[in-house]
Structures are given as C-alpha cells and as structure tokens.
Design a protein around this ligand. Structure first.
Ligand code: ADP
Ligand code: ZN
Ligand code: ZN
Length: 704
C-alpha cells in the first residue's frame, strides 16, 4: 500500500530536519546517513555529497537516529521529486537481491535504474534543464513509451483454445493469490495463447502484467501479437518494451511508464524484472529454462528466480513456460511445489516433426554435410518450403592451420583459438571471440614460412558459402551475431524469413528460440557433438533443450516437418530422447543422475572466481579464501554443512592477459549456504584489499 512509503516525522528541533539512510552505488558495505529537510519519503531519490563527489542514491529508511555522531552527518543536497517514490515492494525486491547475491544494497539497487535517473549531471549543472523526466514528458511524442508495433501482420482472430490450453487458462485463473505455474508445452503447442488469456484476465482486473522473454529478437513478433490481442474497447494496449538494445531515453520512457502505472503490460528481457510496477498482478516467464535469464556480470542474478520471489512477495501468480523446463523447475513440479499444466500436442499441425539421426562415423562428408542432409534440403526448397541449418559456431572456420609444421591461429592474449572470419571483398581476419582481438590473416606461417595455411572446421560463414555453391538458385540468409550487428538488422532478416523471401536459413542459437516460422519444413543440425562432452555437468541438459528448441522450428504450421541431426554418437541418451521427443524421460534420467551424485538441484552452489595477471596469484587468493573458515570456525556456524572444493584454473584460463581460477562452494542446504556466504563474502572483501586481485562471487552459477 502506498501509505507504507510515506513517513512523516515530528519536528525534532528548529529547522525540522530528519535523518535519511541512503543506498549508494559504491563498493562499500552498508548504507549512508544524511540530514534532510522534509518532505522526504522512503523510496525517494536524493543527491548527496560523498567524499568530494556528488551521487544519486535511494532513501531506504528514515531512522530515528543516525549511525554516526550527529555532528559528522552531512546534508542531503536535493530530494528529487520528479517521480513518485520507489514503492515498498520494489525496495524489498532490491534488498532481497542484494542479500541473496551477497552484494552491498546500493551496488545491487542503483544499477537497475535507467542511467539518466542516477546521473547527477542530468539534474545539476549547465545542461540539466529540469532533469530527464521533465525532458521526457516534454518530448513525449518523440520518445514514445508505448509500442507502436503494427498489428496488421497478426491475425486479429483468436483461435479457439483446445482442451489442454483451456485447462491451463482455468488453472491460472483459479489461483487466488500466489502460485507458481509450470506450463510445460511442446514447441508449437500454443503456450503463447495461454499467456494471452492469463494476461487478458489480469488486465481486466485492473492489474499490470510483466511478460519476460529471454531474447531481444523475440520481442518484435510478440509485441505485435500482444498489441493486437490485448487491445480492449478499441483502445490499443498500453504496452512498453524494455531490453538492452534500447537507447537510454527509450529505456527511461518504458521504465517511467511502468512505474507510473501507465504501461499496463511490460514486455522485456531479464532487466525488466527490476522495473517498478505498482499494480503488478501477473508475471510470465517464457522459455524459463533459457540461460539468458542469468545476468553474467555485475549483480549476477537469475531473472527467473527473482520473478518467482517477486510474485510470492506480492501474492500474485507467476507462469513459467517451456518445452524443456530446467531440472530445477521440473523437480518442483514433480514434488507438487509448482502446479503443472501440460500441452502435449502441437496446436496447428497435430504432429511433432520427425527426427532422424544421421550416423556420420562411416560417411564421407562434403564440407560437413552428409548426402542425406543435402538431399533433404534440395527437396524442401523444390517444394517451396524453407530449410534451416543450425550450427552454433559463427565465423568462417574456428582455426587456421599450417599443413607443414602444425601451427594454429591463436589469440595472443587468450588461451583460445583465433577464429577465421571472411570480411567484405575477401578481407579475411582472425578474431578472438573472448577478448575482441582482431588481426589480418598472415600470408605465410609465422613459424615456418610455409604459405599453405588452411582453414580447419567450419562456422556459419563457410556453411553459407557451401550452400550457395550447392544451391545456386536458392536465396540464403545467415543469422548470427556478425550478420546482425547493426541496429534493426536482425529484425530485417527475420522479417525476410517470415515474408518467404528466404529459402535456406543458416544460423546459430539466435534462430533456435521461440520464432514461429510458418514455412519452415526442415531443420538440419551440424556439429551438435561438440557440446556432448563438455566438462560442465549441465551440458547434456543444455544440449537437449537447444536441440528440442531448434527442432521445434520445423513443421509448425503444416504436417511433415523433419529434423536431421548429424552425429558420431547416435546412441547417446540425449539423441535417443530427442528421437522420441521425450523430455519427461530425459528429465527423469537427468534428475536421478544428479541426485545420485549430489549435484543441483539436489545441492546448492556458489562459485568464487579470482582474476590476476599471474595464475599463481589467483590460485593463492582462492587458497587463502578457502582457509578463512578454518581459521575462524566459530564465526561460521554452518561451516560443517559446507564443502569447499580445491581452487582450479578455468578451462579458458587466460582472457585478455588476465588469468582466472575458481573455487566451488557447495551445500545440500540453501539456508546453510546463505548463512555461510554472508559471513564469508565480508571476509573476502577484506582479504582482497591490497591484493592485486579481482574477484566475484556468483550464487547458483550455471556454468562451472
Ligand atoms: P509455443 O509458444 O508453444 O511454441 P505458439 O504459441 O507459438 O507455440 O503456437 C504455435 C502456433 O499455433 C501459432 O501459430 C499459434 O497461432 C497457433 N495456435 C495456438 N493455439 C491454437 C489453437 N488453439 N488453435 C489453432 N492454432 C493455435
Ligand atoms: Zn608452419
Ligand atoms: Zn582473445
């Protein structure tokens, strides 16, 4: 309720100042007290002096007394009244995120605000002119907060729900307050339709909807669908979109619209979980298993997990949708902790695509293609359908090799290969995908001088080149991080595919997710085996999800869809489960295996990573960190429930001249781990002081 955030104080003395406790984005534990002239509320943003600088912070409390001696307490410079105070539930979310992910509150909270709202220069100084919000309001026409996605392409007519969809919609509607719903639906089963009905009902109750998707490129198609389907009474839906591809001003506009309650639906990527929404009534997390929900720098949060926490805190439902739920989520569905609804069949073409494994062990491959795959592609394009070739490796070839001495192209700054890229006009470069290093391809071997340098293996560029030779008439499009670097280019390419202006699509995981391609009949998968034997224990789960996703692009609107997977290991459990579209069997097997060896979701983990110019220093820091609890065991009441593993170098040990090592921490009890980490993380802060070390502590890491 709004009254919680308004605190008034009786006059204490002449001047009637109050104390405010402020969260600031500084790498220091704790909060900072200031003296302030009312009116000021919890959740207000304030400009305060900090050392010789000025900073914008958030008032999290109005304490009766400051922590410091009153004479040392400085004055708030300015209370920013340009927006309503941040609501109490938003402050709770930030506080939870900070404590769960073991970061100072200000460091967790402030970076979630749009940049202009936390930049002093936007409010004070020559060019400030009333601040970013008033500028935004003046230019409301130019920086629209609401999406203007054209709804024409989308059929206005809503399909009649099938029984499984209706059951799910009814189940969500019957949740009185909080509940986690897992919507487990095969690809193309019509999960979006269920989300739409749940959203409609929520909007009709006068509540806001937060709709999260893992990837920016999924927003435009969905934006148009939501726009046309959630319009009510002739009024377009007040839909705001938020993702990292927006300019600062656009993101600010969406954020402010959500905060003021004007945006009724917020469609966004992981960052949107932190948008203040005063009337939030439903959260949807589409493709909940997707690792893009994990933030990999700064505050390393899981947007899916925070969405669940936020929904519980607010007493509202959260719907997690996926064809291949994470094993964490699946376990909760199995135990009845989450409510599960299953969409077992495709909504349009009743059949799932046929999966074929092509055993490549005894085959002569032509540029990585089996005759079966090449022939199948030819047939599809003859029939006027589209084919997708999926290869999770961009560039032309992963490495260049000297035939006479064995030299291979390596990044001089990293322990990684330098990847061959074809540029315009055959200007080839070697590029490092880890640090951004770029160089010309040498004309002769740097070691032996031989001129016979050859690309080894293949990436999407080389596959595109090969397909152009095989099918000279076909229109080919490549979609990967390179071909979509310019703003709007990904959207342009996807639009061409939807419009039928492409016959063969070559792409990385960018094309695997979510897209509803009407004409796509065949999916071919190259080089899936590369992920099969990765060290990470989640690799099979990820590979299975990825292949189910990409396979799910085939035959969505017409029967006869087909998937061809080339592999040297057709007997592997992952591939066998794929043949049968058997997520349930795969998950059962996966959970049993994890349980037997005590891995997540049956254990909880944290990962301490240290970086230094010399590996020995990183390892030494970790060894000291590991010894801390032994040296002061009485300070760590739960240490007996914690396993601290040996420090080890990362697989790619050096990136941009920095060497990296990590230390895994594990417990079968989440509270025990949290208690341990809250003490340990403070000790690490002290330990790192003065050392030439950078470190970060990640909770629930996805990659180990
Ligand atoms: P998912 O998100 O589960 O992969 P979508 O929601 O994209 O699947 O639905 C796949 C296709 O089926 C879409 O083209 C959608 O319009 C259509 N569809 C969904 N529900 C129905 C239904 N009840 N009847 C007919 N078509 C449907
Ligand atoms: Zn050589
Ligand atoms: Zn590099």
């Amino acid at each position: 309720s709004s009254s919680e955030s308004v605190v008034s104080y009786p006059d204490k003395k002449a001047g009637a100042t109050v104390w405010v406790r402020v969260a600031l984005d500084v790498p220091l534990q704790g909060l900072f007290d200031y003296r302030c002239l009312p009116p000021v509320n919890q959740g207000d943003r304030v400009i305060v002096p900090f050392g010789r600088r000025k900073l914008i912070g958030v008032v999290v409390d109005l304490p009766a007394f400051p922590e410091l001696d009153e004479t040392l307490v400085r004055d708030v410079d300015q209370v920013l009244g340009d927006l309503p105070a941040l609501p109490a539930d938003w402050l709770r979310l930030a506080a939870f995120a900070a404590s769960y992910y073991q970061r100072p509150l200000g460091e967790a909270m402030l970076p979630t605000l749009p940049v202009p709202l936390r930049r002093v220069g936007a409010y004070q100084g020559k060019r400030s002119a009333g601040g970013p919000v008033s500028r935004l309001d003046r230019r409301a026409g130019k920086t629209p907060a609401f999406s203007k996605a054209s709804a024409q392409e989308v059929a206005a007519q809503a399909p009649v729900l099938n029984t499984a969809q209706q059951t799910a919609v009814d189940g969500i509607a019957q949740l009185a307050g909080h509940g986690v719903v897992l919507l487990h639906g095969v690809t193309g089963s019509g999960k979006t339709e269920v989300y739409l009905h749940a959203a409609q009902a929520t909007l009709a109750r006068g509540k806001q909807v937060l709709f999260m998707v893992p990837e920016i490129n999924l927003t435009p198609q969905l934006e148009a669908v939501l726009q046309s389907r959630l319009a009510a009474g002739g009024e377009p839906c007040a839909l705001a979109v938020m993702h990292s591809g927006l300019a600062d001003g656009e993101r600010l506009a969406a954020w402010v619209a959500a905060h003021r309650g004007r945006a009724r639906v917020l469609l966004g990527t992981r960052m949107s979980v932190f948008a203040p929404m005063p009337e939030l009534g439903l959260i949807i997390v589409d493709e909940e298993h997707d690792t893009s929900y994990k933030q990999q720098e700064g505050l390393r949060y899981s947007a899916r997990d925070l969405a669940i926490w936020r929904a519980r805190d607010l007493g509202v439902p959260v719907v997690l949708g996926s064809a291949t739920p994470s094993l964490e989520t699946w376990r909760h569905a199995e135990s009845g902790h989450y409510q599960r609804y299953t969409l077992p069949d495709r909504a349009r073409a009743a059949q799932m695509p046929r999966v074929r494994l092509v055993d490549t062990r005894r085959l002569d491959l032509d540029q990585g293609f089996s005759p079966q795959l090449t022939e199948a592609i030819g047939k599809r394009i003859q029939a006027g359908e589209q084919a997708l070739v999926f290869l999770n490796r961009r560039g032309y070839a992963p490495v260049v090799n000297c035939a006479s001495c064995g030299w291979v192209s390596q990044c001089p700054r990293c322990t990684a290969y330098a990847v061959l890229h074809r540029g315009p006009g055959r200007r080839n470069t070697l590029q490092c995908h880890h640090c951004g290093y770029q160089a010309r391809v040498p004309t002769a071997c740097p070691d032996c001088g031989d001129q016979d340098l050859k690309p080894m293996g293949r990436g999407t560029q080389r596959v595109e080149e090969y397909l152009a030779e095989c099918f000279p008439e076909a229109r080919i499009a490549r979609i990967d991080a390179d071909s979509t670097r310019l703003k709007g280019s990904a959207q342009a390419l996807f639009s061409k595919v939807h419009a039928g202006e492409v016959d063969i699509l070559v792409g990385t995981q960018m094309v695997a997710k979510g897209h509803d391609f009407a004409r796509l009949g065949l999916v071919g998968v190259l080089n899936a085996d590369a992920m099969l034997f990765a060290q990470d224990f989640r690799a099979p789960e990820r590979l299975f999800a990825q292949l189910m996703q990409v396979a799910g692009r085939a035959g969505r609107h017409a029967a006869g869809g087909e998937v061809i997977i080339q592999t040297d290991y057709p007997d592997q459990a992952v591939y066998q489960a794929l043949l049968r579209h058997d997520y349930v069997g795969f998950a059962k097997y996966g959970l049993a295996e994890r349980k037997a060896v005590g891995l997540p979701p049956f254990a909880y983990q944290a990962l301490l990573t240290a970086e230094a110019p010399a590996l020995a220093d990183a390892l030494a820091f970790l060894a000291q960190a590991r010894a801390l609890p032994e040296q002061a065991s009485s300070s760590y009441p739960t240490v007996s429930a914690i396993t601290l593993y040996d420090p080890v170098p990362l697989r790619i040990v050096r990136v941009a001249h920095v060497e990296r090592a990590q230390l895994l921490v594990e417990s079968s009890s989440r509270p025990a781990l949290q208690s341990f980490l809250s003490i340990w993380s403070l000790a690490l802060h002290t330990l790192a002081r003065g050392a030439r070390i950078r470190y970060h502590l990640e909770i629930d890491p996805l990659e180990i």
